[in-house]
Write a protein that binds this ligand. Structure first.
Ligand code: AMP
Ligand code: MG
Length: 322
């Protein structure tokens, strides 16, 4: 973890430095038209795990992937007919679309929390655009604030919350909107609002959640599944596998596959959803998972394991297949 957070001006030198840091797997906060984002290379699972570590987030929610333009967005995701009107005249300010993820998109499964959809946004704010251009790849970013605290609209806010926990902040002035992006997804091929925000939703688009938080609502039946869980039932804190169980190891406990041979929580977080998908691909019915220390990133890992270990409502609501 960096000792001191670099404060970079949003000029050529600052943008180049920020892009270099992102490419090295470090975390860089950057301004967008909504709020400051805490960015990591969306293709680098270890870097993305660092976001959770820096924010102290106790659970894995899917993150928004930021890209330079619609062309890059289409490389990562498919854009069904129903969402095309939103981006016909260019990507509007403050809008995030949740759309089907392409196979081999290269996006870390920690970014989508294992889902088959991805939240994508093209920022319009010049420093964000310049950073995306200089970096050249997709940037995963939630708001740049410690978990449970309010979003940052200036570099000073970011410093107050995250100084010493991230490599750098790109100072691009005050984020003009000051509220998060509007999130629009699809349900039965119809656009639905998952979170109200900076983009003004046209009349006629269904609102399916409260303005406050998409994640608290998308679990209910008929809504978009926001939590991917493997088909197999999970048993936690398993030092030894029982007959018929597929054993996911950690550290000294080897297992059939391991979340991290070295007992590294960041690596385990980066691999968690890929391991769930591997279990599904193998047709595993019961998954035993080695004990994961319940501190730092381990809390978020255990949170997700507990959800996967809990009794399921009914088949079909257990999670999305990819
Ligand atoms: P934040 O990054 O903190 O602004 O929050 C991103 C929001 O987008 C969270 O409420 C997520 O639950 C939501 N989100 C991101 N990806 C997806 C997805 N694939 N499906 C549904 N909701 C998503
Ligand atoms: Mg936030």
């Amino acid at each position: 973890m960096p000792e001191e957070t670099e404060r970079l001006a949003a000029d050529e030198a600052g943008i180049t430095r920020a892009a270099e840091l992102l490419a090295s797997g470090a975390l860089v906060a950057f301004p967008t038209e909504t709020v400051y984002g805490l960015g990591a290379d969306a293709r680098n699972g270890l870097a993305v795990a660092g976001i959770y570590e820096a924010k102290g987030r106790p659970s894995f929610n899917p993150l928004i992937t930021h890209v330079r333009d619609i062309g890059r967005a289409r490389e990562i995701a498919r854009f069904p007919e129903a969402v095309l009107p939103f981006i016909r005249n260019g990507w509007p300010a403050g809008l995030t679309l949740v759309v089907p993820l392409r196979e081999r998109s290269g996006i870390s499964s920690l970014v989508t929390a294992g889902l088959s959809t991805v939240a994508i946004r093209v920022p319009v704010w010049p420093p964000a655009k310049a950073l995306l251009k200089a970096f050249g790849g997709p940037i995963a970013a939630p708001s740049a604030n410690p978990s449970g605290r309010i979003s940052s609209t200036t570099a000073d806010h970011v410093m107050t919350g995250l100084n010493g926990r991230i490599a750098a902040v790109l100072d691009g002035g005050v984020s003009s909107a000051g509220i998060e992006s509007t999130i629009i997804g699809l349900r039965d091929e119809e656009p639905v609002v998952l979170r109200e925000g900076a983009f003004v939703v046209p009349d006629g688009v269904l609102r399916v959640t409260s303005p406050a938080d998409a994640s608290s609502h998308v679990d209910s039946p008929g809504q978009l599944a926001s939590h991917y869980a493997p088909s197999g039932l999970v048993r936690m804190n398993a030092r030894v596998a029982e007959p018929g169980e597929w054993h996911l190891g950690f550290g000294d406990i080897k297992g059939n596959a391991t979340l991290s041979h070295d007992g590294d929580l960041r690596e385990a977080a980066a691999r968690l959803f890929a391991a769930f998908h591997e279990a599904d691909a193998r047709g595993v019915e019961r998954i035993a998972v080695a004990p994961i220390p319940d501190h730092e990133l381990g809390r978020a890992i255990n949170d997700r394991l507990r959800r996967a270990a809990a009794p399921r409502p009914s088949p079909g609501h257990a999670g999305q297949r990819r």
